[in-house]
Design a protein around this ligand. Structure first.
Ligand code: KE4
Length: 439
């Protein structure tokens, strides 16, 4: 067995972790950051620039989780930083309407023609939660369909696991979610149109909406099967249920117009987050005017938020989206080329090391699944060797490559990832695969 890569000094991060555990459960403000799925103690980040993170002990890492998606332009891109600084000089928040909200909305509509009207919120969870409330009001129906492996934030009705049978209602996916609430949601297999047909047949005229990650990112990356999304659109239209496409992760990521552009989907409602805020807290839900105008103050559906449309978040979003709009013709082909190079390069090192690996990727989001078999739904993703992934993750981290700390998360590249970062990542993978086969 080759000698393992030396573990960098992380004493300051370790001390910070102990302090953090006094205040936050697990020492974190979002569970996945705790590294429970991969083991070891998470480094604390001090700063970041371009494709690189620097931890509290001065160790540098090439960043492949990009704040879980937002940092498509890399960290601290000057026009984004300057826009936030200018906005901050005029106060951080007003709680009143601003021109910046109109500016960002105009840019979003230009990229998402299916969005006739929208509302800003402060997270993806708020966006999907509000879209579902709107869908229930618009259809006067209660049941929601989601898909196993898809995550749409932590609203009660979306923390639901599949029941015992396909046509049975969901069961709570978290403590604290009442069965009565979980029972209003179906969790079906992804990429299985027959399962949705069966659910509509078993429960006619009561399904308010189907919410889907058009490309799954939260089970690791799982692309839609050819024709799946089009079939889902036709089925929901036929059955009078709204189609909510959750582009919180894929929006502006896989194309300027997201998966809706890539797969030519015309949903009833779309949710956005992450990139649209340029790293500051922004969520969006929007869609057809006939639904959106049912929101207060025009209609009976209540939804509100103290920091919705926050001026600093709008400034970061405008700077990010306007940069993407101005440079889309070179950015998306560049992201495709760099992502293809690194995903295929790492996969080739797995073959050389005799490590079973399946690679799923759409543009600059992708996952290396530690399984020899295709991954087309959550059940297949769950067959991955998560212990092997954990060993790989640690060996990559100790060589300065920071992958998302879970087999069931997507990795992301940014426009700041270039030839040097790709070469370093592939070289580190060549070493890391030597430790994957077992301690
Ligand atoms: P937030 O509430 O975390 O802003 O967004 C929820 C959400 C909604 N929809 C999709 C498709 C999402 O991916 C997310 C959040 N994604 C996770 C990463 N897989 C956020 C990271 C975390 O939970 O810390």
């Amino acid at each position: 067995m080759s000698s393992k890569p030396p573990v960098p000094t992380r004493t300051r991060s370790q001390a910070l972790q102990l302090s953090a555990e006094r205040f936050f459960p697990g020492g974190v403000n979002s569970p996945v950051r705790a590294f429970r799925a991969v083991g070891g103690a998470p480094p604390f980040i001090q700063s970041a620039a371009g494709a690189y993170l620097t931890d509290a002990d001065g160790n540098r890492y090439i960043d492949y989780f990009g704040s879980w998606g937002p940092m498509i332009l890399g960290h601290a891109l000057p026009p984004v930083v300057e826009a936030i600084q200018r906005a901050a000089a005029n106060s951080a928040s007003f709680g009143a309407s601003t021109a910046a909200e109109v500016d960002l909305a105009e840019r979003i509509v230009a990229c998402y023609p299916a969005i006739e009207k929208m509302r800003f919120v402060s997270s993806g969870t708020e966006a999907t939660m509000s879209a579902i409330r709107l869908a229930r009001a618009a259809t006067r129906r209660k049941i929601i369909i989601k898909f196993e492996g898809c995550y749409h934030g932590h609203a009660d009705g979306l923390l639901v696991k599949a029941g015992s049978g396909l046509a049975t209602f969901g069961i709570p996916g978290s403590a604290g979610v009442p069965e009565e609430v979980a029972g209003l949601t179906h969790a079906l297999p992804y990429n299985d149109i027959a399962a949705i047909e069966a659910a509509f047949d078993a429960h006619p005229d009561v399904i308010a909406a189907v919410i889907i990650e058009p490309i799954v990112g939260n089970a690791g990356c799982i692309p839609p099967a050819p024709g799946y999304l089009a079939a889902l659109r036709a089925l929901t239209r036929r059955e009078g249920a709204l189609l909510i496409v959750d582009e919180v992760m894929t929006g502006f990521r896989v194309a300027l117009g997201g998966a809706c552009q890539l797969y030519e989907i015309d949903p009833d409602l779309i949710t956005l987050g992450k990139i649209v805020g340029g790293g500051l807290p922004v969520g969006v839900f929007g869609g057809k005017r006939k639904y959106m105008d049912q929101l207060a103050p025009l209609g009976p559906v209540y939804q509100a938020g103290t920091l919705s449309g926050n001026p600093l978040a709008m400034a970061a979003g405008i700077a990010t989206i306007s940069y993407l709009q101005a440079h889309a013709e070179e950015i998306y082909p560049q992201l495709e080329a760099t992502s293809k190079a690194v995903f295929e390069g790492v996969a080739a090192e797995a073959v050389a090391a005799g490590v079973p690996l399946t690679t799923n990727r759409v543009g600059s989001m992708g996952t290396w699944f530690f399984t020899p078999d295709p991954v087309t739904n959550y059940e297949e993703a769950a067959k991955s060797d998560t212990a092997a992934f954990g060993r790989f993750h640690r060996a990559m981290l100790d060589q300065g490559i920071w992958l998302p700390p879970s087999q069931f998360e997507a990795a992301f590249l940014s426009t700041a990832h270039g030839k040097e970062e790709i070469a370093a990542t592939i070289a580190a993978a060549s070493q890391a695969f030597k430790f994957v086969q077992g301690e």
